[in-house]
Design a protein around this ligand. Structure first.
Ligand code: ZN
Length: 479
């Protein structure tokens, strides 16, 4: 119903969309609505560069799925179809952000364990805000062309968030992990339903996995934090217990492990998804062998540490894409360090404000991305959005620009943000490519994304499950 209503609004308001005669007066209710996207250049990121582009195409959508796609002279447009004129547009599969956290907003108050600004704004208020504004956060993802996300860890209310996304008429598809099973605790984030839970034995790990399995998680997540005094072999046994319990229930294990020895321990223990780069050393043959053998997905998250450095040194500036597509409420709060009394700002932040640290990804992370890609390991684009300085939705464009700088071609970046993202989201049979039978998730762009990934932010329309969204209308609706 929403799709039809929404389409009518768009048909009436957007002059570039030409409607068949039946647009306002729909045909009989039992006839499935067909949407025809006509004349656009379809980009197929799963193909090699020579075959990735299909100009002058027609895509037919019925009941939320793609029913046909092909050259305009080979796909007949059914009588009564609603036609979207896509001439001059590029059409890509809906983007997948394979690493986000809805319990965090991206603002300065969202990680009091990293920057304790609770005297300026209590953490309980920040968490309440994030829950109350979920619908807006869902919309900013769609506005940036992100039709699927993986929330890779948060409080138990993450599972309610996934339910809310499923009910919402304007939300991405959400895969979800519950609380992070961790080798360390994180008291500032514990308001009774903590996103991170410390366990100390294999039995505790198994018990926590079972509690989460009761909520049907898409992933079990381990926060494998290395500290100088850590006994990695002992921790590996605990991670393996979590992996075994998850695998016995048919669920994959995601692991945060950013140092090479910890990442290798995670792979030996049974990780299926590494949610960050290895950023302290070059990945070696043993790492690559283990990763290939376990058929993992690797998510580089190149921007997130820069986001912290920029935001907490008060040098964060929105990109053009963020000004257009990010949550205006969060953007407005990014300059709060100018307003908070200095006595309420922790020393570490004051030091960064006086002397901003360089905001570049680790050189190891950059070089490892190409090595991992060349070893044939699927790389999924993910932002770690919600962390301080990393906006929900529009930070995908910062992340993809860094991936291009790291040496991936625009086509490879797009593949990581669609085909491989679908693998990370565990929806590879349904999303990630534009083909008959797949869910109708796609983005219409005003410019060619294979010339430069910056063109991925030139969003004209976003289609999710056959519903058509105007990104600017989505943002206006949350102001
Ligand atoms: Zn994360």
């Amino acid at each position: 119903m929403y799709a039809q209503r929404h389409l009518r609004t768009l048909c009436l308001s957007a002059c570039l969309i030409a409607c068949a005669a039946s647009c306002v007066n729909r045909p009989t209710p039992n006839v499935p609505t067909t949407l025809a996207i006509v004349g656009g250049t379809v980009v197929h990121p799963q193909r090699d560069a020579a075959r990735a582009i299909a100009p002058n195409s027609v895509i037919l959508i019925a009941d939320g799925r793609i029913s046909a796609v092909g050259p305009a002279d080979s796909v007949a447009i059914p009588a009564g179809a609603t036609v979207v004129d896509a001439r001059g547009k590029w059409i890509i599969p809906g983007l997948v952000d394979a690493h986000v956290h809805f319990f965090q907003s991206g603002n300065l108050y969202t990680r009091p364990d990293a920057a304790d600004l609770r005297a300026a704004l209590p953490y309980a208020r920040e968490v309440a805000r994030n829950k109350a504004r979920l619908d807006a956060t869902f919309k900013v993802y769609l506005a940036s062309g992100v039709t699927s996300v993986v929330d890779i860890g948060g409080p138990f209310w993450n599972f309610d968030m996934r339910d809310a996304a499923q009910r919402s008429p304007a939300a991405p598809r959400v895969s979800v992990a519950g609380p992070l099973i961790s080798t360390v605790d994180d008291p500032p984030l514990d308001l009774g339903d903590p996103p991170i839970i410390k366990i100390t034995t294999a039995d505790e790990a198994r018990a926590l996995v079972r509690r989460e399995l009761a909520r049907q998680p898409d992933y079990i997540k381990v926060w494998f934090i290395y500290r100088a005094d850590a006994d990695i072999p002992a921790q590996e046994i605990i991670v393996k217990a979590a992996a075994d319990e998850a695998h016995a229930a048919g669920r994959p294990l995601a692991v945060h492990a950013t140092q090479l020895p910890v990442a290798k321990a995670a792979l030996r223990a049974g990780a299926d998804y590494l949610v960050h780069s290895v950023d302290d050393a070059p990945v070696d043959d043993e790492f690559l062998r283990l990763a290939v053998a376990r058929r993992i997905v690797y998510c580089p998250t190149l921007f997130v540490t820069d986001g912290y450095r920029l935001a907490l040194s008060n040098t964060w500036k929105p990109t053009a894409a963020e000004l257009r597509l990010a949550d205006p409420e969060i953007l407005a709060a990014m300059g709060d360090l100018n307003r908070i009394p200095r006595e309420l700002i922790p020393d570490r932040v004051l030091k960064w404000m006086a002397n901003p640290p360089p905001a570049e990804p680790s050189d190891f992370a950059i070089k490892n991305l190409r090595k991992v890609w060349d070893a044939g390991i699927p790389v999924a684009m993910g932002t770690d959005a919600g962390n301080i300085g990393t906006m929900h939705g529009a930070s995908v464009f910062r992340e993809m620009a860094l991936m291009q700088q790291a040496g991936l071609t625009p086509l490879e970046v797009l593949r990581s943000a669609t085909v491989n993202g679908a693998k990370a989201a565990r929806h590879e049979n349904d999303v990630g490519i534009i083909d008959a039978g797949k869910l109708a998730d796609m983005v219409l762009l005003d410019a060619d994304p294979l010339i430069d990934v910056g063109n991925l932010s030139r969003i004209y329309r976003v289609i999710k499950g056959g519903s058509v969204f105007d990104p600017d209308e989505l943002i206006r609706s949350i102001r």
